[in-house]
Design a protein around this ligand. Structure first.
Ligand SMILES: Cc1cc2nc3c(=O)[nH]c(=O)nc-3n(C[C@H](O)[C@H](O)[C@H](O)COP(=O)(O)O)c2cc1C
Length: 192
């Protein structure tokens, strides 16, 4: 797929088929994250790949899903992600690596989607619990968790009207409103 179409067609996925992902593929996603831009090229990010079912269950218990349609997009036991990448920052290298993490995470989402693998970026994470579960050292902060798996839903993007809250229609399809280009684009100067 052309990169621009890949970017536009990626949607957050919260229902997954239970097909396992190859460990090497997950490592390749971290390799893609590693290549992302970082402020001053100071790289504080590290990654924990989780693909063992017992550990996946523990990670799942630390996450909160789709607040606007809660609890309708909480994955059921047979819809859960089959892997996770936990994105960490070493606070001794950089105090605030949130923007660096965002650029690395977007690489993960797009590299995954390029191979037909769905993802959801999760910021609602019980970080203290997850640090303990994964035995992560004190100098690290958990930035985000990326949930991964083969998609079992097909959300649709649409132009937003007044609001931007995603919603479910009567067929249980998730709609994701994005602000229309004409509302956010300015050329050569700000304004109409
Ligand atoms: C910083 C950040 C944190 C997010 N945290 C969560 C989360 O905790 N739970 C969740 O279900 N989705 C989360 N999302 C996914 C957003 O809800 C999703 O990106 C948004 O609704 C737009 O949908 P799209 O990704 O399909 O374009 C997060 C996204 C970002 C960028």
């Amino acid at each position: 797929m052309e990169i621009i179409n890949l970017i536009k067609s990626r949607r957050s996925i919260r229902r997954f088929s239970q097909e396992k992902l190859d460990r090497n593929f997950l490592i390749e996603l971290v390799d893609a994250a590693r290549c992302a831009p970082a402020g001053a090229n100071i790289q504080s990010l590290e990654y924990v790949v989780v693909d063992e079912p017992q550990v996946c269950d523990k990670v799942f218990d630390c996450l909160a899903w789709a607040g606007h349609v809660k609890p309708k997009r909480n994955p059921l036991p047979n819809q859960r992600p089959t892997a996770y990448i936990v994105v960490l920052s070493d606070t001794e290298i950089k105090k605030d690596a949130h923007v660096d993490a965002a650029s690395a995470i977007e690489n993960i989402l797009l590299a995954a989607w390029g191979k037909g693998v769905g993802s959801c970026w999760l910021g609602s994470v019980d970080r203290i619990k997850l640090l303990g579960i994964l035995n992560i050292g004190e100098k690290y902060q958990i930035d985000s968790v990326v949930a991964l798996g083969k998609p079992a839903e097909t959300p649709v993007m649409e132009d937003a009207g007044e609001g931007t809250k995603y919603y479910l229609d009567d067929k249980d399809v998730l709609h994701v409103p994005k602000r229309p280009l004409k509302k956010i684009l300015h050329i050569n100067k700000f304004g109409k």
